[in-house]
Design a protein around this ligand. Structure first.
Ligand SMILES: *Cc1c(COP(=O)(O)O)cnc(C)c1O
Length: 387
């Protein structure tokens, strides 16, 4: 049996261990927030936003941000049907309704025209998720937001390292959220970040994040609102500080792995990988292959081929509206069509060139087998179109 290839794994060096050990030994009493403060400052600097608040997860960051915008019962929040549940769950928890719209078939991110068509008088916000590191069309969305007076938010959990025309993903919308779960580009074990350049929103989320206690409140144990407890532990932040010191190295390696996959697969007819339009940088969190329908290769075929070779692959997100707690939105044709012929490929810092070649080889073998099968048929389909 070939050695197992994981789909993701963090890169933890002596630096992460040193900081986490220091936090565990010394990060108490007056030092109990030191790594948190440092991580927030590193993150602000990296992203170019005025404010950053470390959180226990991206989900928590989104929950507090939406709460600070006043999202509540009767409100609607528009997001792509192709998403992780974490983007929709806070909307539901606040008593509002997630409205799932279709994706652009090239970027796999929210289609701005579909988002605009879904706007009603109840719409409170549009969430743009930069899926798998691909960039949503944030300028078109910001324009829609401005015209309708609706907040545009960036779920950038998968887009650390992604840049559009000089602006980092997460820094353009009213606020951005990030995840430092162990599968993400940087990790704190579990953790996340809320970022904004809007001072009033920052103050509100900071207050909510501290059990509703304003930092200007002089009375002890006196919350001004019912808030949340979504703080990042100092020990986790210590890991994050080391990861942020290595952010250029970590994102460069992600891009390098993606570039290797491109070398093997991008020229193959019928395979599309994550796009990287001119003027943008794809942070390449998760290299993903979408196969042309005429190949007839299904997600199940791909999963089976990878499993047989001891490789962990991941299915492309099912449309959220297809989950039992929501209502199917079959008109979201791309969100429903693409996952059945797509796969996420392994990508982690320490994977080897041989690993990337092995993964690519599985895809190439599937495609050539499909082509052989097609050409051995007395094909009507092939004859249909003159070359
Ligand atoms: C991972 C992820 C999240 C959730 O992050 P947590 O830190 O686990 O809460 C949210 N949105 C997207 C798009 C993600 O990939």
């Amino acid at each position: 049996m070939n050695a197992r290839i994981l789909y993701t794994k963090p890169s933890i060096t002596a630096l992460e261990v040193q900081y986490a050990t220091d936090a565990a030994a010394n990060g108490w009493g007056p030092q109990c927030y030191d790594y948190i403060i440092r991580l927030e400052s590193q993150f602000r600097e990296h992203l170019g936003t005025r404010f950053a608040i470390a959180t226990s997860s991206c989900t928590g960051a989104t929950h507090m941000g939406l709460a600070a915008l006043g999202v509540g019962p009767g409100d609607e929040v528009i997001l792509a049907d192709t998403n992780w549940i974490a983007t929709a769950a806070p909307v539901t928890h606040l008593g509002a309704t997630p409205v799932f719209v279709d994706i652009d078939p090239v970027s796999w991110c929210i289609d701005p025209e579909a988002a605009e068509r879904a706007i009603t008088p109840r719409t409170k916000a549009i969430i743009a998720t930069h899926i798998y590191g691909n960039l949503a069309d944030i300028d078109a969305l910001m324009d829609i937001g401005k015209r309708y007076g609706i907040a545009v938010i960036e779920d950038s959990a998968e887009a650390l390292g992604s840049v559009t025309h000089g602006r980092r993903a997460g820094s353009v919308g009213l606020f951005g959220t990030f995840s430092f779960h162990g599968t993400k580009t940087i990790t704190t074990g579990e953790g996340g970040m809320f970022v904004t350049s809007d001072e009033a929103l920052y103050e509100k989320v900071l207050m909510l994040s501290n059990h509703g206690r304003s930092r200007h409140q002089m009375k002890q144990f006196w919350p001004d609102a019912v808030g949340f407890k979504y703080k990042m532990p100092n020990i986790a932040a210590a890991l994050g500080c080391a990861q942020m010191e290595r952010i250029e190295e970590l994102t460069a390696r992600k891009r390098e792995i993606f570039a290797r996959y491109r070398t093997y697969l991008a020229g193959i007819d019928g395979i599309s990988l994550n796009p990287e339009p001119l003027g943008t940088v794809n942070g390449a969190w998760m290299p993903t292959a979408v196969l042309a329908p005429e190949l007839g290769i299904s997600r199940e075929d791909m999963m089976a081929a990878f499993t047989a070779d001891n490789i962990d692959a991941r299915v492309f997100f099912y449309p959220l509206s297809s989950l039992p707690m929501f209502t199917p939105q079959l008109e979201n044709v791309h969100a429903y069509d693409i996952p059945g012929r797509a796969i996420n490929l392994p990508s982690y810092h320490d994977m080897s060139e041989d690993d990337i070649a092995r993964v690519s080889g599985i895809m190439l073998a599937l495609v050539s087998k499909a082509r052989e099968a097609a050409s051995s048929l007395p094909s009507k389909r092939r004859g249909k179109r003159p070359a």
